[in-house]
Write a protein that binds this ligand. Sequence first.
Ligand code: SF4
Length: 209
Amino acid sequence: MYDHKRGFSGENLKHIAFIKDTAKPLFESWGYQVVILRSSKDYLGFFNHIIQNPTKHKEHKGLRFGFPHTRSCGIKRDCKEKAINDYLSTIDDQIVQYIGICPEERKRLDSLHKQDNAVSLLEKYGYSQKMAMEKCSEYGLLSPCYELSKRGGCWFCPNAKSAELKEMKRTYPDIWKEFVLLEKAEGIANKKWNIYGKLSLHEINEQLE
Ligand code: SF4
């Protein structure tokens, strides 16, 4: 989630609507139980979290955390993985996680292989990204987020493509404006949205005009 209070998702907004309105009902019609997890922390909570005891940067004590790091993303850790792990810990039976990683994604597969009870069926059956997309299309299960970009993921991610950001700005101008203004917030430890990018969020915003 971007903001729990307003119920504003962190997912690409077309994607979350597709999950709720298309994928979930279809899977349920096939007899599967579908649970959409929601983390207790949201993006704004992460951004505004006060740093109490910094291990590296002592000068950050008392500041708000700010933007998640581009690598080793805290949103992935606190909002995605934690919600999944908390949910799995409520299940007594032995669990196998089936994770959609294609044979082409060698790095991700290498880290998947280090996990216990985690399997990529796409890898197991040699199903490439292209084949997986065709199969999804066949069942009406290709998320509309792929109309804008090859990636899926949070709309506020530094890896989001211009087309995704433009869509967000066009569809939710107020939320977008508020998001861009985070870059000007006071008392922030991590002030850069994308430390590897050449442009600031404000500059990107101007380019999207
Ligand atoms: S999509 Fe981007 S912001 Fe979201 S969890 Fe992944 S790396 Fe972090």
